[in-house]
Design a protein around this ligand. Structure first.
Ligand code: HEC
Ligand code: HEC
Length: 293
C-alpha cells in the first residue's frame, strides 16, 4: 500500500515541479511587464499626469477607473485625438477642464501596453501614496537665495549633484549678458509660464519628456533641491525678463567675423617678416644664380 502511494507520488512529482515552476515563470513575467509599464509611464505620461498628486497639464489619474470603464480608457489611450474628434462628451469635458490641452498619442503604444497602463493606474490608485504622486518639492515660499542658487546651476557655476550637463551650454535666458547661452535648446525666459508654473515645471524637470533633455537627464536626473532652485530662478526670469531678441545668433556671427578678421590681421603681422625674408632670400638666390651664370 505504502509502496503504491510512493510510486504514484513519484509519478506525479515531475508534474508538480512543472506546475510550480510554470507559476513562477508566469509570476516573473508579470513582474517584468509591470516594470515595463512603470518605465513606459515614467517616460510618456508623467510629464502631464500624477497618480494621486493633483492635476498637471492632464487630470490626476487616481481613480480613473472609477470615472470611466476599462474599454473607454483603452480606446482613449490608443488614440486620444480620435476620441475627441468623434465628439465623445466625456473626452470633451476633460479637454475643457484641461484648459484646451489635448493629450497626444504616446509613441509606441499598443493595445497590450494600454492594458498594462490601465492595470498600473488601477493598482497605483489603490496605494496610500503612489510613486507617481509627483515630485514632492517643498511648498515653502521661494527666496532670493533659491533664485541665486538656480542662477548658479543654470550657468554651471554650481555643478549638478548627479553630473548632468549645465543648462547654459544649450539654453539662453534673459539677463545672463555676454554672448547669451547655447542655441540648441529653446530660450527659457518664459518657460515657467509655458510649463504651467511651479508644480508643472518641477515635475517636467524631474522627468523631462522631450528627446534631447531625456537623453541627458534620464541617466543623470536633477535632484529635488536643484529643481526647486531652478524653478525659483525661472519664475524670477518669467516675471522680470523678456526673451532674448532674435539678434542673438546674428550677434554671435558678427562676433565670429570680427574674431576671424582679427586673427587674420595678427597672422599677417606675424608672418609678414617671415614672408619677406623668404622672398628676399629667393630674390637674393636668383641674383646670386644670375651672377654665377
Ligand atoms: C502632453 C500631456 C499629456 C501626456 C504626455 C499624456 N496625457 Fe493623458 N491626458 C492629458 C490631457 C490634457 C487629458 C484630458 C483630455 C484631453 O484634453 O485630451 C488627458 C487624459 C487622460 C486620461 C483620462 C483621465 C480621466 O480622468 O478619465 C487618461 C487615463 C490618461 N490621460 C492617461 C495617460 C497615459 C497613460 C499617458 C501616457 C501614455 C498620458 N495620459 C500622457 C494630457 C497628457
Ligand atoms: C545638450 C543640450 C541641453 C542641455 C545641457 C540642457 N538642455 Fe534643456 N533642452 C534642450 C533641447 C534641445 C530642448 C528642446 C526639447 C528637446 O529636444 O529635448 C530642451 C528643452 C528644455 C525645456 C523645455 C522647454 C520648453 O519650452 O518646453 C526645459 C524646461 C529645459 N530644457 C531645461 C533645462 C535645464 C534646467 C537644463 C540644465 C539643468 C537644461 N535644460 C540643459 C537641450 C539641452
Amino acid at each position: 500500500m505504502i509502496a503504491v502511494s510512493r510510486r504514484s507520488f513519484l509519478a506525479i512529482l515531475p508534474i508538480w515541479i512543472l506546475l510550480i515552476g510554470g507559476q513562477e515563470i508566469r509570476g516573473d513575467e508579470r513582474a517584468l511587464q509591470a516594470e515595463q509599464a512603470k518605465s513606459f509611464f515614467r517616460q510618456n505620461c508623467m510629464s502631464c499626469h500624477t497618480i494621486g498628486g493633483g492635476r498637471l497639464t492632464g487630470p490626476d489619474l487616481k481613480g480613473a477607473l472609477e470615472r470611466k470603464d476599462r474599454s473607454w480608457l483603452k480606446r482613449f489611450l490608443l488614440d486620444p485625438v480620435a476620441m475627441l474628434e468623434s465628439g465623445d462628451a466625456y473626452a470633451a469635458k476633460l479637454k475643457k477642464e484641461s484648459r484646451g490641452a489635448v493629450m497626444p498619442r504616446a509613441a509606441g503604444i499598443t493595445p497590450q501596453v494600454a492594458d498594462l497602463l490601465i492595470d498600473l493606474i488601477e493598482a497605483e490608485s489603490e496605494l496610500e501614496k503612489s510613486e507617481f504622486a509627483g515630485l514632492q518639492i517643498s511648498e515653502r515660499p521661494l527666496t532670493a537665495i533659491d533664485v541665486e542658487r538656480g542662477r548658479e546651476i543654470f550657468l554651471g557655476l554650481h555643478s549638478l549633484e548627479r553630473q548632468g550637463a549645465s543648462c547654459i551650454s544649450c539654453h539662453s535666458i534673459n539677463g545672463i549678458g555676454g554672448l547669451g547661452g547655447g542655441l540648441l535648446g529653446p530660450d527659457l525666459t518664459k518657460v515657467y509660464d509655458r510649463l504651467q508654473g511651479r508644480k508643472g515645471l518641477a515635475t517636467w524637470l524631474a522627468a523631462p519628456a522631450t528627446p534631447t533633455m531625456q537623453s541627458i537627464f534620464k541617466p543623470h536626473p536633477l535632484e529635488s533641491g536643484e529643481i526647486l532652485a531652478l524653478v525659483a530662478y525661472f519664475k524670477e526670469a518669467a516675471e522680470t525678463g523678456s526673451e532674448a531678441p532674435p539678434s542673438g545668433p546674428l550677434h554671435f556671427i558678427l562676433l565670429g567675423l570680427v574674431g576671424a578678421v582679427g586673427v587674420l590681421v595678427i597672422f599677417d603681422v606675424l608672418w609678414r617678416t617671415r614672408f619677406r625674408s623668404v622672398r628676399a632670400r629667393l630674390v637674393a638666390d636668383q641674383g646670386e644664380r644670375a651672377l654665377h651664370r
